[in-house]
Write a protein that binds this ligand. Structure first.
Ligand code: PLP
Length: 445
């Protein structure tokens, strides 16, 4: 593969953008390829190389790169009618109605412009609603570039994970390992009366893909109920992907107080949203006193793209198509690993997938979770499969990033460029794409 154009572009970018990129995760080593265009389930780079794309913009592109006619014409009409006005439009109401109709815990929604803005506002809302300051997050969980959640450390021994964040932010943030119900009970035993909210993804999607063990979310839900704290589900990745239109909360039958959305709900345009019970969401200004505002919030082009994307998914068999293909992919990957690297773990559900380069595995594959780890206690892999971010960090992350990812790229398969970020099957992918991908895995692993 020739990468001259991408190399030259990165050379120029390094002079005018920090690290040559506008989001850190894009700074693939030694330099990223620059995309010229998308085409269904593929992208084509500046040098004309074509890849099967499983990054899908880090999650927003449920339908792939070619918008269906209904999405395309809604977006073009909105842009042509003047992109925004600073007063409400009907399409915002329609999208909020759609979300309330389909997502079990959501009665009202405030739209914003990114997942980060959604989680920042959700934390402020929880603090304002409860009159408390502490929040509990999962170690290594990612909720965007926000001061309160960029923390490292354990329990109440936390510190900011980036320069530029005052220690006082971390003082109010407590951490527990994902899937550790005992740690959740301990932190509530010590700090319960001060905890405004627990903020967690239903499935860790930025740290390897870690599925919840049975009962973990129920424990969080019960602890929050008992202590008057709120449960915030960060469904920026899982929203309108896992569990289809009801989202992961519907699939897992959990009733969070607040849900944050992003990615798919904007149909490929910048978006975030905070949804939940009216009683809580109405604490946002101007209905309530918790300040929240934004020039671009509820942007008509984004709202139209999100609404038409979700309508298309509702009216076509999008979820059965993407989930079916991803099942085929995850099962095929398990067969390959059984032969070539039995210690590695296939993870993911619905249209999310990844192979974690875990260092140890069981002696036998008999009765293991089919098509991706579901944390079934009966599975022979149960004691070996990652339960939290720390377990994923202990995998062969360097081998993944330095040897495996480049080999896949050279084979024309574009995966997220590190061990941690989820990968996604989209509606435009085909059985042939999956077969080609499995062949590439077979050669690269
Ligand atoms: C779970 C989760 N929350 C929040 C965010 C932040 O979203 P954004 O990048 O749109 O600010 C992300 C981004 O990937 C995410 O995965």
């Amino acid at each position: 593969m020739n990468h001259e154009q991408s190399r030259d572009l990165y050379d120029r970018a390094l002079s005018v953008m920090p690290g040559g990129v506008n989001s850190s995760v894009r700074a693939i080593r030694p330099y990223p390829f620059f995309v010229a265009s998308g085409d269904g389930g593929h992208v084509v780079d500046a040098d004309g190389n074509r890849y099967i794309d499983y990054v899908m913009g880090y999650g927003p592109l449920l339908l792939g790169h070619d918008q269906p006619e209904s999405v395309q014409s809604a977006v073009q009409r909105r842009a042509a009618e003047g992109p925004m006005y600073g007063v409400p439009t009907e399409v915002e109401v329609e999208l909020a109605e759609f979300v309330a109709r389909h997502v079990p815990s959501v009665e009202m929604t405030r739209f914003v412009n990114s997942g980060t803005e959604a989680t920042v506002s959700a934390v402020r809302l929880a603090r304002g609603y409860t009159g408390r300051e502490k929040i509990v997050v999962m170690q290594s969980g990612y909720h965007g570039a926000q001061e309160s959640t960029l923390v490292e450390g354990e329990g109440d021994h936390t510190a900011p994970s980036s320069p530029g964040i005052p220690d006082s932010f971390a003082e109010h943030t407590l951490t527990i390992p994902f899937n550790d119900a005992d740690a959740a009970r301990d932190i509530f035993a010590e700090h319960g009366d001060d905890i405004a909210a627990v903020l967690t993804e239903p499935i860790l999607g930025n740290y390897g893909i870690v599925h919840p063990v049975e009962g973990f979310h129920e424990t969080l839900e019960a602890l929050c109920d008992d202590h008057g704290s709120l449960l915030i589900f960060d469904e920026v990745i899982t929203g309108f992907r896992v569990g289809g239109l009801q989202c992961a909360q519907g699939k897992f039958d959990i009733d969070p107080d607040i849900t944050t959305f992003g990615k798919i709900v904007g149909g490929g345009f910048p978006v975030g949203a905070i949804g939940g019970k009216s009683e809580i969401i109405e604490q946002f200004t101007p209905a309530g006193d918790v300040f929240q505002s934004g020039t671009f919030s509820g942007h008509p082009v984004t709202m139209a793209a999100g609404l038409e994307t979700l309508r298309y998914a509702a009216e076509n068999d999008v979820y059965s198509h993407v989930n079916g293909l991803a099942d085929q992919l995850r099962s095929g990957l398990q067969d390959i690993l059984e032969d070539q690297a039995p210690q590695y773990t296939v993870v993911g559900t619905d249209s999310m997938f990844k192979v974690i380069f875990t260092r140890n595995g069981p002696d036998s594959f008999d009765g293991h979770c089919e098509a991706g780890c579901k944390q079934r206690e009966e599975c022979p892999r149960y004691d070996h499969c990652p339960k939290n971010g720390g377990d994923v960090k202990r995998a062969e992350t360097e081998r993944w990033e330095r040897l495996f990812w480049p080999a896949m790229k050279e084979a024309g398969v574009f995966l997220t460029a590190n061990q941690f970020e989820s990968q996604f099957v989209c509606d435009a992918h085909t059985t042939e794409d999956i077969e080609e991908t499995l062949e590439a895995y077979k050669r690269a692993i």
